[in-house]
Design a protein around this ligand. Sequence first.
Ligand code: ADP
Ligand code: MG
Length: 248
Amino acid sequence: MSSQNADSLVEVKAVNKHYGALHVLKDIELNVAKGEVVVVIGPSGSGKSTLCRTINRLETIDDGEIRVDGKVLPQEGKELARLRAEVGMVFQAFNLFAHKTILENVTLGPIKVKGLSKSEAEQEAMALLERVGVAQQAAKLPAQLSGGQQQRVAIARALAMKPKVMLFDEPTSALDPEMINEVLDVMVGLAKDGMTMIVVTHEMGFARKAADRVVFMADGQIIEDATPEEFFNNPKSTRAKDFLSKIL
Ligand code: ADP
Ligand code: MG
């Protein structure tokens, strides 16, 4: 079960959120320890994306508390931008800046938010592009890359901010099947390097390989929080059993 201790890097406590009458997050409790990889799964509409978005304040919460490395994110302002940089986010749609080169996509944040010089930022960016296997494409525009390559650039761009935790929201769902593994391989590598990660995905192979815990959400609630072995071999709730029978 979730560990409540001094090593918690992400702490979500009694969080509720509504969209109008829709109660989209219901008393969510989630602690993610430093270096831990948590995979979040569940049916469409269960609140997985909303949970991710609240963690870096892309969405507000009604009540409860979210801390990253002990700090509550402020609602707005410069401090928010600085603290938000500690949470890297990778979305289903790669969201690269279409009119900037791959290299510029990765250097922009470090120059603007972290105040790095162009040459420092470029040096770090090239090392990251190397790490995700797209250094050859640095001078190109996003549209000249495959979806898998663009998503790997999006990962490099998030890493360039030196985040303490990386959130992935269905990072391979928009990809052609043959490109899924090249992105998952980068994520497995990150996990092995000790990155703290929260990953919303339906890729159960990834969950089995890389997750320390699987969190199952349905209807805005966390229904199960277990190791991959426990969850896949012995899901406790009917809803998790139903869900697994549909996707496995
Ligand atoms: P998931 O990622 O698990 O598919 P979401 O977090 O995207 O679920 O959505 C949870 C619920 O909240 C859904 O019913 C969705 O329609 C609703 N929802 C999501 N975003 C908004 C929004 N900006 N305004 C109103 N309703 C929303
Ligand atoms: Mg979603």
